[in-house]
Ligand binder design. Structure first.
Ligand code: UDX
Length: 433
């Protein structure tokens, strides 16, 4: 198949490279000429494990190319819209201006039957708008608009694309269903179920999935707060409920609160969309509020570990990105945490294996350290915020000898309390008193 991917960011670049790996002929398009020039040199602008290898293989095999122009749309069987849909400033709705602009530009280049596919996360009904824009722009065009949301986790995007639990396609047009079936044939040949449904149902499935996962995380985070008060262990609670296959063990790791470019944005947009339709999603709204409050409360948790007053104290923070295996700082828990620590009068040192360049755009007034040991030196407390592998087997004796006071606050429960306390640390964690 011939595919054009509009937008070469996290979603478009990974999807385009994976489609090329299926054997399709893919053109990834972006307005950013510098980004396209870098991609042509196989320089990948995002931190995604193994993506550089996949892009190089696709380019060397003549199946993947990059362009700032839309000429290849004329020959395309499917044109995917994978542009950004950020939270609109102020009201939390998704900003669809890039989607609408892409729709107009695509319309002008259509020839022959073409399926236009919204892969970006878009509010329910966006497919109808895309269809209207294209029909108004090019009344003669022969096309169908389908929804095909992605369920990719940053840091595992290629694996999630190549081994999905399901493929969701929203269209009731039979020709479009055939094209989409051909596009995804290499996947469902190895049993990934492809689910055809209506366009609006497909659009809502994406939001419902992210909102449910965000709610599941927030549920276990609240269980952690209660566990601390009653002397229970939240990791064992997670295991005990997760073994019920109606609940499942994943996304039950209590922590500092969820971040990232999707959960916060999508839960906010879903709550807004519902209100637009006269429906109040109380559980989703509660998840939003609880998560925002939690991330802000983490600075207080650190202060309490040091007796409540942080003036003149030095806090070492390990992990800045919103999760491991990414350099993405969007809505990272480290941002409100460090901001709070500075507000409480502390001096902050920080280390992250990958994210410090991105972090410097968000967090000024702190000392960035090249490794965990330099970061911990002289600190009154060491706070683990992102569960990078590099932090899971630190030489804690060496750390203890270099700190001003031996206090560890582990916001991701990567250590066992008895091990750390056995070394003479005061050790606080999440949901495990
Ligand atoms: C998420 C969805 O998982 C993915 O399907 C969707 O396409 C995009 O959004 P992503 O945001 O990349 O993916 O990361 P994810 O691994 O889901 O983690 C999101 C946040 O939840 C992170 O801040 C992570 O630390 C947090 N989290 C995740 C927890 O706190 N506990 C968990 O058990 C899992």
């Amino acid at each position: 198949m011939r595919i054009v991917m509009i937008g070469s960011g996290y979603v478009g670049l990974v999807s385009g490279a994976c489609f090329a790996d299926f054997g399709h002929f893919v053109t990834c398009v972006d307005k950013d000429a510098d980004k396209i020039a870098a991609l042509k040199r196989c320089e990948i602008p995002i931190f995604e494990p193994d993506l550089d290898q996949l892009v190089r293989t696709g380019m060397d095999g003549g199946r993947l190319k990059f362009s700032t122009g839309l000429d290849d749309i004329a020959e395309a069987d499917a044109v995917f819209i994978a542009v950004g849909t950020p939270s609109r400033r102020g009201d939390g709705h998704a900003d669809l201006s890039y989607v609408h602009a892409a729709s107009r530009e695509i319309a002008a280049h259509l020839q022959g039957f073409t399926v236009i596919v919204t892969k970006s996360t878009v509010p329910v009904g966006t497919g109808d708008e895309v269809e209207r824009i294209i029909r108004e722009t090019n009344p003669a065009a022969d096309f169908a608009v389908a929804s095909n949301p992605e369920f990719l986790r940053e840091g595992a995007a290629i694996r999630d694309f190549q081994h999905p639990d399901r493929i969701v396609v929203g269209t009731e047009d039979e020709r479009a269903q055939k094209v989409m079936g051909d596009v995804y044939r290499p996947l469902y040949l190895n049993q990934a179920p492809i689910m055809f449904t209506s366009r609006r149902t497909s659009e809502l499935i994406k939001y419902a999935a992210n909102a449910f996962l965000a709610t599941k995380i927030t549920f276990i985070n609240e269980m952690a707060d209660l566990a601390e008060q009653v002397g229970a262990n939240v990791q064992e609670i997670a295991r005990g409920i997760g073994l019920d296959n109606r609940i499942g063990t994943k996304f039950l790791h209590a922590g500092a609160g969820y971040g990232g470019s999707c959960f916060p944005k999508d839960t906010r947009a879903l709550a807004k969309t519902a209100l637009d339709h006269g429906i109040q999603l109380r559980i989703v709204e509660a998840t939003l509020t609880a998560n925002d409050n939690r991330k802000r409360a983490m600075a207080r948790k650190v202060a309490n570990a040091l007796g409540g007053d942080l003036h003149g104290k030095t806090i070492a923070v390990l992990g800045l990105t919103f999760k491991p295996d990414t350099d993405d700082m969007r809505e990272a828990a480290s941002i409100p945490l460090i901001t709070g620590l500075l507000d409480f009068g502390a001096k902050v040192k920080a280390h992250d294996p990958v994210g410090m360049e991105q972090a410097k755009k968000e967090l000024a007034g702190i000392e960035y350290c090249e490794d965990p040991y330099t970061c911990a030196r002289g600190a009154d407390a060491l706070v683990i915020v992102t569960e990078w592998r590099q932090f899971r087997a630190l030489d804690l004796e060496r750390i203890k000898n270099s700190m001003a006071t031996p206090v560890i606050v582990d916001l991701r429960n990567i250590y066992r309390p008895e091990d750390v306390r056995g070394l003479g640390f005061k050790y606080e964690s999440i949901g495990r008193r």
